[in-house]
Design a protein around this ligand. Structure first.
Ligand code: PMP
Length: 397
């Protein structure tokens, strides 16, 4: 086969390879403590399940509008209007098969070949993959570790802006770091967007995954709603990762373009799942709240043990379901300076499986600190305690 040249620029999510390795290790009869994947080991709320079954029985199984059924576009617009401090109507919402498709479609709609796109690194690896695949120039920005946690490297972002910079990808409530920007960072970022006439993808995959306080969206900043497409997903909030439903929410002009891309790509989103998700949005939220309560207990258990390890620092995030401990000292002490050596040694010695810095975008050669990522969404509290105690003993041995 002669594979097309462009495929050499397409990246992937290497976290799935870590899953496969953990599964192979478990198949040999070993206990695995799965911290590698941002999936949930919790059932989808019954409101969504019942709503979907009803829709199937009601015959909602044919094609539907490429931008999604009007009822859910309406309901999502009302939902986001209530939480984002910006008024959206149904015409600002185009449904998607998950959150991820918004990344590629946002770039298809707004990026020309050669345009520079700012994106978080460490960050969700699909940004880098899609920018480069579609012929853009991926320009990374990062976060800086301080005594209180991580802060956005705004100076770094500003220094990277050139006359070719067109777009900014911002993932507040961030994967893999669990970081959230305070209002001051939103203001400074919005000022840069205005000054340099940029358009923004606000990846809000974890908008509702929080343990205290309230999420403030970047679109609340003056003029930002007109310049921003929100990546919305049902995957995390409703434990629907495998159902595949999300939306792109933003200015009508770009939403219409994305709807046209839908026609070309998948015709329309799944018909009956939209009714299920509608029932989830409008129905009783007690199962959703119970999920957050469970995740909070897991977060506390995991952070307590990780931050007690000699040579590890681990901040306590108020959102997402990820922890991003700094393991520089432990890796040095154990003489395991390669990320994959460290990960595999830990897996084989303890069964604890996690991803590391290298799974979240290409590291820059001048990075000195070393980080690994623990997802606590797919593992129960008792297993978290058992696994991380083994990991602590191994780190300190
Ligand atoms: N953005 C971020 C930051 C994510 O972590 C993920 C999923 N891990 C997505 C987007 C994609 O989510 P979905 O499963 O809805 O496609």
């Amino acid at each position: 086969m002669r594979i097309a040249n462009r495929i050499s620029r397409l990246g992937t999510e290497t976290a799935f390879a870590v899953s496969a390795e953990a599964a192979a290790f478990a198949a040999q009869g070993n206990t695995v403590f799965p911290f590698h994947l941002g999936d949930l080991n919790m059932p989808t709320p019954s409101t969504v399940v019942d709503g979907s079954f009803k829709a199937i029985k009601d015959g909602k199984t044919g094609y539907n509008p490429s931008a999604g059924i009007p009822e859910i576009r309406e309901a999502l617009a009302a939902n986001v209007t209530a939480t984002h401090g910006v008024t959206y109507g149904w015409e600002n919402v185009v449904m998607q098969p998950g959150g991820k498709p918004t990344i590629g479609k946002f770039l298809m709609a707004l990026m020309n070949p050669g345009d520079e796109v700012l994106y978080p690194n460490p960050g969700f690896p699909i940004y880098e993959s899609q920018i480069e695949f579609q012929g853009g120039v991926a320009v990374p920005y990062s976060y800086i570790e301080g005594p209180e946690g991580f802060t956005l490297d705004i100076e770094g972002i500003e220094a990277s802006i050139t006359d070719k910079t067109r777009l900014l990808i911002f993932n507040d409530l961030q994967n893999p770091m669990g970081v959230e920007s305070p209002q001051g960072e939103h203001e400074r970022l919005a000022a840069l967007v205005r000054k340099h006439d940029l358009y923004v993808l606000a990846d809000e995959a974890y908008f509702d995954m929080r343990y205290s306080g309230a999420t403030r969206s970047f679109v609340e900043q003056p003029d930002m709603a007109e310049r921003t497409v929100i990546l919305y997903t049902f995957s995390k909030k409703f434990a629907m990762t495998g159902w595949r439903l999300g939306a792109s929410i933003g200015p009508k002009e770009v939403v219409d373009v994305i709807a046209k891309i839908n026609v070309n790509d998948e015709s329309c989103p799944n018909h009956f799942i939209q009714y299920g998700a509608l029932a989830g949005l409008e129905g009783d939220q007690s199962e959703v709240h119970a999920m957050i309560d469970t995740l909070k207990i897991r977060r506390d258990a995991a952070t307590t043990i990780l931050s007690s390890i000699d040579g590890v620092t681990c901040f306590l995030p108020e959102s997402t379901f990820y922890l991003w401990p700094n393991v520089t000292e432990v890796m040095g002490r154990k003489g395991l300076n390669d990320y994959e050596d460290f990960r595999r040694s830990a897996l084989h010695a303890t069964g604890v499986s996690f991803c590391s810095r290298i799974h979240f975008g290409r590291p820059s050669p001048d990075e000195k600190s070393r980080y690994i990522r623990f997802a606590y969404s797919g593992i129960d509290t008792a297993q978290i305690e058992e696994g991380l105690t083994l990991f602590k003993d191994w780190c300190e041995a």
